[in-house]
Design a protein around this ligand. Structure first.
Ligand code: C2E
Ligand code: CA
Ligand code: CA
Length: 579
């Protein structure tokens, strides 16, 4: 090694990596620290020599090629790094500055895009939340959020020793409005109603839509008085007619109130009790009512049942039972009467007497009537597919017959299920006919023209004139069971039965005797010339499976009506099924 530092001149065994790379033809540079000795001194063997300084240096290893000879020598040059550093910095800084500015501009440019993305994500989250907690139609809180709001209010109220009011509000006759004006306008009505009610709330009150025309309110804090004040303000809002499709429409609502903690301390109890109160309001026509635990006896519980009935119809908890109607001459089962039962999840099988009259008073009778019609016609189609020609009778109430759409609804069902109109018989009572003769007659005439049969149910119990028998398309009279059941004991009941049969025959009507409970009644009716018998002597109303078993086991045949009669009447009591 030749060096400007005398101490390093001479042969060396030092293996310097950089030097080796330079010997292979590469120029290598790196920064090292070099010890500078004062002139005339030599490096110390251990530690730094006295007076020496350490300098940051750029060491460069450059190969020196000779002609035809590679790897001949390396030049190692140590340069003070400071001026190099300064020069590099002077050259680099403007470039770095430009880069920095460019980066900054890029970031600024990205901000709107980032903003947009964040906003979109935010909106999507908000939309998901809205769907989970708010009603699509009105934008009001839905059932889920309302339950949570009640629970939150209850917690707060408990700490502050305040009371909270939960109100259930249901429109009267909304279904009718919806059916007559169409869903579109029905929806518009609900939206408008939501807005009007929201206007009269206090800032902390909550209005929610629980579904259909069912709204609920949470007032916190609130007592009976403040709840009533709010109901008044709502009723005032409803005095103004709603203009829908150019038509002014008056809307009424029934409101039920439950107050916490007096009437319940959780959302389920409070809502159920507000429901009970609401049905009391509806049934009594008072517009509102406050839950009264003292009155939560049979009556109110039955009313609450109606609230459940609405859901029962949706959940298909209603079942149809069928009671056969037998030809007194041929003993053939010519038809069945569909009688509705409610498979209540807690209370078991409920009879129609418990819920049909209540449904009638609360506007629920129409969905119930349609449910029964649809399932009865479907069942009739099923029997027809199995080669059984069974006529099916369905009971209709007054609200059913005030529905101008009923004929087209029935027509649609019959066509959809391929059932001839003559296989369907509709039973109505005299009371129904006398209530609104014009409208009811219109509906009945429509049904009659389609070929659907019409029977007067419970005949003899109404006090109406019999004039309707010549004006309406009646096919059959069903003598009320009270006369038939008493026939053997009471001569005047026997006379009523006999003259009704005569009257019907003279008018060319079929006569069905209901409540046939004994073979004596059977024999008497046969002697009087009655057409059909229905009653426990033959069978009570039974499920489809039981009815099919009964038809298979006999003694009642399923022959057509004009088949010759078989067997003796006297032998029947052996096999009669008595409930
Ligand atoms: P209804 O139309 O007069 O039905 C006859 C009722 O008498 C049925 O009671 C039936 O089980 C009962 N019955 C039948 N044979 C005898 C008998 O030999 N002796 C006695 N004591 N009773 C007998 P159910 O099923 O409890 O129905 C009661 C009422 O409920 C019906 O009276 C009807 O007005 C109404 N109803 C039943 N199902 C429906 C329905 O689907 N829609 C409507 N709107 N009303 C219905
Ligand atoms: Ca009936
Ligand atoms: Ca009857």
């Amino acid at each position: 090694m030749y060096s400007s530092r005398p101490g390093r001149v001479g042969a060396t065994t030092e293996r310097v990596l950089d030097a080796q790379q330079a010997l292979q033809g590469m120029t290598v540079s790196n920064i090292t620290h070099v010890e500078l000795l004062p002139a005339g001194t030599s490096p110390a063997t251990d530690g730094a020599a006295p007076g020496s300084t350490v300098k940051k240096t750029l060491a460069t290893y450059a190969p020196i090629p000779f002609v035809d000879q590679r790897d001949a020598a390396i030049l190692v040059l140590y340069q003070d790094y400071e001026p190099i550093n300064d020069a590099a910095r002077a050259a680099f800084l403007p470039v770095a500055g430009v880069f920095e500015v460019a980066l900054l501009l890029m970031c600024v440019g990205l901000i709107p895009a980032l903003r947009r993305v964040t906003k979109r994500l935010h909106n999507q989250m908000a939309e998901i939340e809205r769907r989970a907690y708010f009603d699509d139609l009105t934008g009001l809180p839905n059932r889920t959020l309302f339950h949570q709001s009640i629970e939150a209010a209850l917690l707060e109220a408990r700490d502050d020793k305040e009371s909270v009011a939960v109100l259930m509000m249901d429109l009267d006759r909304f279904k009718e409005i919806n059916d007559t004006l169409g869903h579109h306008l029905g929806d518009a009505l609900l939206q408008e109603l939501g807005m009007r009610v929201a206007q009269v709330l206090r800032p902390d009150d909550t209005l929610a839509r629980l579904g259909g025309d069912e709204f609920a309110l949470l007032l916190h804090p609130a007592d009976e008085n403040s709840a009533l004040q709010l109901i008044n303000r709502i009723q005032e809002q409803l005095l103004q007619p709603f203009v829908l499709g150019g038509l002014p429409l008056s809307v009424e609502a029934s409101v039920g109130v439950a107050i916490a903690p007096a009437h319940g301390t959780d959302h389920a109890t409070l809502l159920q009790h507000a429901d009970v109160a609401m049905y009391v309001a509806k049934a009594t026509g008072t517009g509102w009512s406050i839950y009264d635990p003292e009155k939560d006896t049979n009556d109110a519980r039955q009313l609450a049942l109606v609230g459940e009935l609405r859901r029962a119809i949706e959940r298909k908890e209603l079942a149809l039972y069928f009671q056969p109607k037998v030809d007194l001459e041929t003993r053939a089962i010519s038809g069945v009467e569909a009688l509705v039962r409610w498979n209540h999840p807690e209370q078991g099988l409920l009879m129609p007497d418990v819920f049909v009259p209540l449904a009638e008073r609360t506007g629920l009778i129409r969905p119930l009537g349609r449910y029964v019609l649809e399932h009865a016609i479907m069942q009739c189609a099923g029997w027809r597919a199995a080669n059984l020609d069974l006529h099916v009778a369905v009971n209709l109430t007054m609200p059913d017959l005030l529905d101008l759409d009923l004929p087209s609804y029935v027509d649609g069902l019959l066509q959809r299920h391929g059932v001839p109109p003559s296989s369907l018989e509709l039973e109505i009572t005299e009371g129904t006919i006398s209530a609104d003769p014009v409208r009811v007659r219109h509906v009945l005439t429509g049904l009659g023209e389609m070929g659907v049969r019409l029977a007067i149910d419970d005949f003899g119990t109404g006090y109406s004139s019999l004039a309707y028998l010549k004006n309406l398309p009646v096919d059959a009279l069903k003598i009320d069971k009270s006369f038939v059941m008493n026939m053997e004991r009471d001569a005047s009941d026997a006379t009523i039965v006999r003259s009704t049969i005569d009257l019907g025959r003279n008018l060319g009507l079929e006569i069905v005797a209901e409540g046939v409970e004994s073979d004596a009644a059977w024999a008497a009716l046969r002697a009087f010339g009655c057409t059909y018998a229905q009653g426990y002597f033959i069978s009570k109303a039974v499920s489809v499976e039981e009815l099919e078993q009964l038809m298979a086991d006999g003694p009642w045949s399923t022959q057509p009506v004009d088949e010759p009669s078989t067997g003796e009447v006297e032998s029947l009591d052996r096999t009669a099924i008595v409930a």
